[in-house]
Ligand binder design. Sequence first.
Ligand code: 26Q
Length: 847
Amino acid sequence: MTITPQEQPAFGNITIEDDRTGLDIETLRRAFADNLFYIQGKYPEIATLNDFYLALSYTVRDRLLQRWLNTVRTATLKSDVKVVCYLSAEFLLGPHLVNNLTNLGIYEPVRQAVEASGLNFQELVEQEEEPGLGNGGLGRLAACYMDSLSTLEVPAIGYGIRYEFGIFDQEIKDGWQVEITDKWLQNGNPWEIARPEAAVKVKFGGYTESYTDETGEYRVRWIPHQVVKGIPYDTPITGYKVNTVNTLRLWKAEAPESFNFQAFNLGDYYGAVDQKVVSENITKVLYPNDEPLQGKQLRLEQQFFFVSCSLQDMIRFHLQSGGSLETFHEKFAVQLNDTHPSIGVAELMRLLVDEQGIPWNKAWEITQKTFAYTNHTLLPEALEKWPVGLFGSLLPRHLEIIYEINRRFLEELQNTNGRDGGKISRLSLIDEAGERYIRMANLAGLGSHAINGVAELHTELLKQDTLRDFYELFPEKFSNKTNGVTPRRWIVENNPRLTQLISDKIGDNWITHLDELRKLEGLVDDPEFRDRWGQIKLEIKGDLANRIRQKVGVTVNPESLFDIQVKRIHEYKRQHLNVLHIITLYNRIKEDPDINIAPRTFIFGGKAAPGYFMAKLVIKLINSVGEVVNNDPDVRDRLKVVFIPDYNVTNSQMVYPAADLSEQISTAGKEASGTGNMKFSLNGALTIGTLDGANIEIREEVGEENFFLFGLTAEEVYQRKAEGYNPWDYYYGNPQLKAVIDAISSGYFSDGDSTLFQPLVDSLLHQDQYMLFADYQAYIDCQDRVSQVWRDRDLWLRMSILNTARSGKFSSDRAIREYCEEIWQAKAVPIELADYVQAQAGLSVKS
Ligand code: 26Q
């Protein structure tokens, strides 16, 4: 079929061949071969696997392009459509190919077309380098939210940074983490389209000067020291079986064309190129820390760069579509993913006041109505702040604007709140206790109309503690938005067997209405269903066991209990508490080799920030304990310890479905939400966990009888600390704990080297900031209950099914609906397609 597109008058009657849209196997096969020839420029005989992967990806991309362009046209040109702009320094997307096949509903025909071409489909899928443009939870949340925005047909743009190098690849050498540069772009990225024609300019450094404009108004202009060009790279974000395909727009920094031509003319070629290098540095590499350790200038440059590009982009869209800037906040809802983009508050003020000539008060009203801020942390030391000196040298005009916002704010406070000096100094945008800092959380909170935490407990603690003064001042701004994860990636794609079983029983509407998983509750007493559930879990565990044998060289028994902790390595997440349990079991075996214990496989995965010594030592400890336990004949394979290297989205998709037990054991009050906890429960793992973050809500949903709870509450942690917590009391008071610590300390797990783990042991004995010792016995007792239940296979399966059945709340669709209704006032906008594309897809547009 050929058609005439309606809206391309410049091309007259040009036709689009259905080789780029057709979905039958023959057309797909032809299109695949065509792309290999015309885009990769290869005959099949000499094509590499990567050439085939790229040709296949272009074939899929062709099939979403009309949806994508129509969505963009609707979002940007229609002035009455509200667009959600999700600003995030990180998007941890994971591979696109299978995700797009799933969402377009063309997995099967494409797979068959590839196989019909004589190629191995799985092999091509595994060619894809995932875009690891994030550290962990916060970046992955942004990716899940983009998925749900598209699936809910809400027009949205994700704005971020196109890091040339994403989160490092992790190798394990001699038990230690080694970091390798992530060259994710080196084989080409078929999913992005560069839009150099839409580049914008971003200023840095220099000074400001005031002047009087033609109308006699006082104005300020910023004379920068340097200008950098931002080039947008767009990636399509498909929704599940809908026509909406939103855009992820990531900015790359380049030198402007006119860069230092004078130096060039004077023959200083190297000097000129130097400028180029300095500009491009800005988007070179993702900072691999998940807390702001010290204020690095390049990090602030990254943040300002992408935020300025994005706001300029929005203003341009709005003006192009005939909108007036007075209505900017009616066109765009801008969400700040943590404080990383919060400089946007000052930048929008600058753009409106200095560049567009809007009066301050009006501009401030627009700004507050535009922004909303999500907080992801409670630790006061992890709140972002920038030294005033550094800030002012990089962003002189923004410093003035922040001072002015603050002057007006504090003046108002003094008028309305009397003179509670303590309170006023805590609310101030400037920390003046010692060296002066800009407090980014205060800027974000003041410049936004909404502030939210990411789980009920987290939001409560924000209100009572971290942001207490703001809550007292603006209670109406605060709300909770418990995190969620996308069921498309986190069960449909990563667990096709379980997905099939579920859909055979309750249909497939649950994929977009996750609450419908409740219908599985009626099947828990059906022995056949339960058996099938258990069988599938066992098969999947077998797959992971094979993978582990290949990658790590350790043989594990799929029949054993798979006890899994995968997440960033952090002391507050307490991977080392898990290790204390492993050593406790090991000691029991050494004491009585014939003891009857439930066989377990302990699986760990996660990266440590390269500069976080203690986290790296925890990785070494896990591997060292594994080395001893895995090879001790007394253990008789009843315990195995495995550290899966390079934990990332791709690997994680194989891990969640294979879990029996999910370790969510952070010190209560420290984990804002967690999202891995949700992925495990959705895939039928039982949780052992503390009353922290979203664990509390998971337990509420699945029922306390289907959750292994242990440990101090956040309140108790706080009290114990206030009373004066002494880890030595636990060490001397608990012989089992003492034996475990002594074993580590003695060098038993480090070839007799008693110094290796001393920093870790010392930090526990002398400080134990995260209260491992206080929770140790409760954890061990709880793990013993886990082992008991594990022996009752029917009971375990029942609990597993109920976990899946009751995890509907944790869909990112639910979370995004709440953001849309309560914060963004954004609505679904169905996207229309040319009839022939709609007919080929056979997809129904939701009403
Ligand atoms: C900030 C400044 C300078 C350098 C780095 C950073 C930085 C980078 C990443 C600070 C924080 C992060 C990431 C934080 C994060 O992932 N937080 C997690 O967010 C999840 C989603 O809400 C929650 O589920 C987790 O509980 C929370 O730890």
